[in-house]
Design a protein around this ligand. Structure first.
Ligand code: AMP
Ligand code: ZN
Length: 119
């Protein structure tokens, strides 16, 4: 069924608690955790607990969860105190754009000048 956990998906395993992550925020529908290979002083990933291959697919199937993903990204930025200095939200869609994990996620990047492509 659409949205069901996928056995080979790393982020589904993080949602299930089968792989550890440094979780910074969690709601009934989303989890935010630190990127294992940070590209900025703040580099957090916000993911839906349901599995969709990318953010666009999530937005079509579950628009309210897609909106919550963005709201949570904003809350992460507030928690990390990077709202005033500015932060970047990145959705990589497709391998050609650098997507390596095919479970929807948004990167929250900040804490240094954001004037180049990063992830
Ligand atoms: P993307 O390239 O947009 O698919 O982003 C995937 C991100 O997941 C990369 O920035 C990786 O560093 C990050 N990542 C991979 N494995 C883990 C993990 N076990 N815990 C946290 N972040 C991870
Ligand atoms: Zn998944």
């Amino acid at each position: 069924m659409a949205g069901e956990p996928q056995p080979d998906c790393l982020f589904c395993k993080i949602v299930a608690g089968e792989i550890p992550a440094t979780v910074v925020r969690e709601t009934e529908r989303t989890v935010a955790f630190r990127d294992i290979s940070p590209k900025a002083p703040t580099h957090v990933l916000v993911i839906p607990k349901v599995h969709y291959p990318n953010a666009a697919a999530l937005a079509v199937a579950e628009p309210r969860i897609a909106a919550e993903l963005l709201a949570e990204a904003g809350e992460v930025a507030a928690d990390e105190k990077i709202v005033e200095s500015g932060y970047r939200l990145i959705f990589n869609n497709g391998a050609g754009a650098g997507q390596t994990i095919f479970h929807a996620h948004v990167h929250v990047l900040g804490g240094k000048p954001m004037n180049e492509n990063m992830v």
